[in-house]
Write a protein that binds this ligand. Structure first.
Ligand SMILES: [Ca+2]
Ligand SMILES: [Ca+2]
Ligand SMILES: [Ca+2]
Length: 136
């Protein structure tokens, strides 16, 4: 009985690792999770941000960065993401793609702080807390 239980848990875990429940995982999550390990690392996240074109949407002058004017026009949810200084890690008054990705990653993680360790990736649940930024 114990063996049967363990093997059914094993089968479920394997199914989760292979594909995840189709209903619970968004296509965007699986797109971002390029190594398919079920979590999104910081580097996977930043690559996904680039691919999703979210910078382009806010970067109205097309220089590849978000300046203060563009940031204000983007009207991001300050309660979730903070103000421009929360993004602009090197304080050059411009948000580059990595700064944008880093901030969103941190904001996604923060919603369920403590459920994963430093250096680990985002779960589907964490990712979903800020996923609406990719919808237009
Ligand atoms: Ca991954
Ligand atoms: Ca710009
Ligand atoms: Ca900057």
């Amino acid at each position: 009985m114990r063996t049967a239980l363990l093997s059914s848990i094993g089968a479920a875990a394997l199914a989760l690792a292979l594909a995840g429940p189709a209903s619970a995982q968004s296509n965007r999550f699986t797109e971002f999770d390029t190594d398919k390990n079920g979590t999104i690392s910081q580097s996977e996240y930043n690559a996904g941000v680039q691919k999703a074109g979210v910078i382009k949407r806010y970067d109205t002058n097309g220089d590849g960065m978000i300046d203060a004017t563009e940031f204000a026009a983007a009207k991001l949810d300050a309660a979730r993401y903070g103000d421009m200084s929360a993004f602009d890690a090197n304080t050059d008054k411009m948000i580059d793609a990595d700064e944008f990705g880093n901030r969103l990653f941190t904001a996604s993680r923060g919603a369920n702080a403590g459920t994963i360790g430093e250096g680990e990736g985002l779960t589907q649940e964490q990712f979903s807390t800020t996923e609406d930024i990719y919808d237009e």
